[in-house]
Design a protein around this ligand. Structure first.
Ligand code: C2E
Ligand code: MG
Ligand code: MG
Ligand code: MG
Length: 306
């Protein structure tokens, strides 16, 4: 090897890379202090189930669950998106602590709801890194001991990549948690590696169809044509999305899984999903993620349809 190559290896990040590393390190430190100073918050987004004859005009879909989503409002950085800070938390390992905190918050809400007589599941996103930690299962078991609620009200959202991990250890942990009564959902379904043989062997209860498919759903008219969205040329892709979602629903039925469509933003998407027989929906059209207290107050007041 040339001297030049050796020297190049010793150092030196490009200024751009260096800045990115500094930014990530600073963000990790800020996130750490946000956790200890309580600048983090869990928001809840409602999920609704549709009766077979439900339409948005005629009857409100029924509230059937909540998803816990982490929010970070930093005094200096402002609102930082989970899409930005979760990967940093995963790289630094801080996600283990963060994830545990979120689970604790969800358990506290579940206990609170149980006391008030509301049986509503809460789904928590669990990172692969968190899942892999040796303390994960015992820590979850300890949380369940500390809080009084039916364990099947706590749902873990894992991704296809975790479900595809070729570690016997992973499956074993899922089985242990399922034995404690927890339920499992595959998040962002359709964009990762799907090992169907493996999915079939896992104690899953739900699939969440990734928003990228929902985004392209279009009502098809009697001639089989989709109305193009503004600025869109009529193409085949939009029709494919309908067919892909239909196929996912068939597959889910074969696996005895419930299906949640995520990221439902328009009444057109909602209508297509209803026609296809998708039973559960989540998205801005029906409800945004909002602070826990606001959501719980609405459930208590009966205005969210619990
Ligand atoms: P996700 O689990 O797939 O969560 C759904 C994301 O879509 C959330 O983004 C939610 O706010 C957003 N969303 C919901 N409805 C709509 C809609 O109609 N339109 C659009 N455009 N977006 C919608 P958020 O809260 O920014 O979270 C992004 C991702 O960060 C989550 O995706 C999840 O993977 C991760 N995340 C969030 N909280 C946690 C957490 O506590 N732990 C872990 N490990 N990951 C988390
Ligand atoms: Mg999720
Ligand atoms: Mg996700
Ligand atoms: Mg998702």
């Amino acid at each position: 090897e040339s001297k030049g190559a050796g020297r190049a290896r010793m150092c030196f990040f490009s200024p751009d890379m260096r800045n990115r590393i500094i930014a990530a390190t600073q963000m990790e430190q800020s996130l750490r202090s946000a956790l200890s100073r309580q600048h983090l918050e869990v928001h809840l987004q409602p999920q609704f189930s549709l009766q077979s004859d439900a339409s948005l005009e005629h009857q409100l879909p029924r509230l059937c669950g909540l998803e816990a989503l982490l929010r970070w409002n930093d005094p200096l950085l402002g609102n930082v998106s989970p899409a930005t800070f979760i990967p940093i938390a995963e790289e630094s390992g801080l996600i283990v602590e963060l994830g545990h905190w979120v689970l604790g918050q969800a358990c506290a809400v579940l206990e609170d709801m149980a006391i008030r007589g509301h049986q509503l599941p809460i789904a928590v996103n669990v990172s692969q890194v968190q899942f892999r930690s040796a303390e994960f299962v015992p820590q979850v078991a300890a949380l369940l001991k500390r809080h009084a609620f039916a364990p099947d009200m706590l749902r873990m959202e894992i991704t296809e990549s975790l479900a595809a991990e070729d570690e016997a250890d992973m499956l074993e942990k899922v089985d242990q948690l399922a034995a404690l009564g927890l339920t499992f959902s595959i998040d962002d379904f359709g964009i990762g590696y799907s090992n169907l043989a493996r999915l079939r062997r896992m104690p899953l209860s739900e699939l969440k169809i990734d928003r990228s498919f929902i985004k392209d759903l279009r009502l098809i008219d009697d001639d089989g044509l989709a109305a193009p969205a503004p600025g869109e040329t009529p193409g085949q892709e939009v029709c494919h999305a309908n067919e892909i979602v239909r196929a996912m629903l068939v597959m889910a039925r074969a696996l005895s899984l419930e299906v949640v469509a995520e990221g439902v933003e328009t009444s057109e998407q909602f209508e297509v999903l209803r026609q296809l027989g998708c039973q559960r929906v989540q998205g801005y059209l029906l409800g945004r993620p909002r602070p826990m207290k606001d959501v719980l107050d609405e459930i208590e007041a009966g205005v969210l349809g619990a």
